[in-house]
Design a protein around this ligand. Sequence first.
Ligand SMILES: [Ca+2]
Ligand SMILES: [Ca+2]
Length: 377
Amino acid sequence: MASPSHLSALSSHVLGRTPLRRAAAICTCWVAIAAQAQPNPAGFVPGHVFFSARGACGDGFDSALFELDPETGERWLWKTHLDGLICPDGLRFTPDGRYLRILDFGASRIWDMDAQGNLILRYSVLAPAGGNGLIWDRQGTFYCTVNVSGQLFYFPGDQLPGFGGPAMSAGGLARTRSGRLLAANGWLKEFTTSSLTLLQQFGPIGGAKSIVIDRSNNWYVATSEQPLGRLYKYPNGNLATPQLLATNYQRGGYITLALSPDQNTLYVGSSTIYAMDPNTGAVQESWPEVPHPHPDLFYRMPVGMAVYDPPKPGDLNCDGFIDNFDIDPFLLALTGDADYELRYFFCDANLADVNQDGQADLFDIDPFIQRLIHEAP
Ligand SMILES: [Ca+2]
Ligand SMILES: [Ca+2]
């Protein structure tokens, strides 16, 4: 049996930038690998891109969950259909960075996967087909979309199997720094559990597919408008001043977006994954789709995409920023107050160990204040 290092080298060869004309020659190797998921032994690595892929969903050689190191192009296969992923769609890391949440409505399931690759069944929900959008609000309520039925599911407190919400079609979900919840499908919409506001309309045929927001509140919206997809940037969320960043990138039915932790790269996935400059749309690098174990087929990928960017010490509400909203939870965590777990169950009290000496105590106050000052908007 091949050693993990051999498999890793092999998977790099097979899954890397192999020209398409060589696909037939490598499929035998790929079938062997497909049966042996090999998670990255380093666990979740910041900056790495996770993406879901699928074939026909139900033919027995369907789904896969991959990790891509954008620096080296190396890929790891974390999961296949043999591990229970039937038809994985949207991906997003949980606010505390401990798990990758996976929408798998083909199996009527929502999973959390830990950094060792263990799949934990989070919810069983009866949903007709895939969903690509998922987000948490600032109170820890989890929202996700279902493509076919056009439903928005929400889980108050991330604990109860809540259902319902305004009919909205599906698509990508995002949250602004101020807490606004946005959806991109057809139109760009703003939503709550009881309301739906239309913000922006796109072309009559191709609508919005995905949305991501950077830390400076620039909104990026991918649509399937002609020619073959349009990527818009709305500086500071201003819908009156869109910039057209890119066109002609759509290679399949799916378009999905994610940002690198340093915000200097916008990943655009539509069969190929492109690394784009978020200011100009210039393509810096690209990775073609992965061969499917069936000869002459390719996975439809990426269906969902997420970049690992765990919360930083001091971000005690796990919203990606260190600001005044972290002061209360920092004090609660520092004093071991049970209210922290009650109010910030989706985050991690250990983030109060700002100087990272292994414990949260009075010596963390100065470093916390320094971070507050340093990261002030
Ligand atoms: Ca924060
Ligand atoms: Ca400490």
